[in-house]
Design a protein around this ligand. Sequence first.
Ligand SMILES: [Zn+2]
Length: 280
Amino acid sequence: MELPEVEVMRRDLEKEVVGKRIKAVVVRPHRNAMRVIRRHARRKEFADRLAGKKVTKVERKGKYVLMHLDDGEVLVVHFGMSGQFLRGTKRQALPTHTHVVMEFMQGGDLRYIDPRTFGEMFVASADELGKVKELDHIAIDPLEDTFTWQEFSYELSRRASKLKPLLMDQKFISGLGNIYSDEVLFAAGLRHDHMSNQLSAQEVRRLYRAMREVLQDAVRGRGTTLGDEAYVDLFGKPGEFQSELKVYGRKGLPCRRCRTPIDSIKVNGRTSYFCPQCQS
Ligand SMILES: [Zn+2]
């Protein structure tokens, strides 16, 4: 999941679980389930801090989802490589790799599924939350209105880095991965190896606008579902944005803008796609 998929998940959770009270939480008996709640010593301690609480708000901080509870505590979730929530009911069998099930008083449940278990969830008090270093870093969030292109410009110029690895640096920008960094660079007309401190003011503005537009469009398209990273939403439905990708995964196919075949190159071990004509 990159940022748009996390935001789609947050919006769905907000509609589905805010106002609902948690009846019981089951952390499944297999060992990988403990890996998901690794900041807690025991299953029961995690479950007891959630049972009986009502969800009041669902926030996002970078790629972390924060579910606020009516006693002031917060359930923090990071989906890692392959984690996700699915809505379900008691009658529906749990999918394989289900690690945690939250049952609601109002009926229905929320399953946390994660084949590779790089994701995690933990309950924190307001005090503890302030000490979580992953939530403390201040990276640019392209879906928030709180950063200006002037701030963006300053940050780009002081980094002196190639654009593609910089866009994927989670300490610089939250939630841009291999797919959306390629799409953003294409939309901005910039190459992956263009240096961040050698951009004209006009190029910076193009990049700033591209980043916001591509990610907002991807949220509207309910995220990208590709064969290998089978992202589905809270209800098990795939995203639709994959049909709108301009360069990612399109090597050899004609550029949608100029018909030149899309090219690819390895950047830090990841395949990066670009149009040799439209991007400079
Ligand atoms: Zn082109």
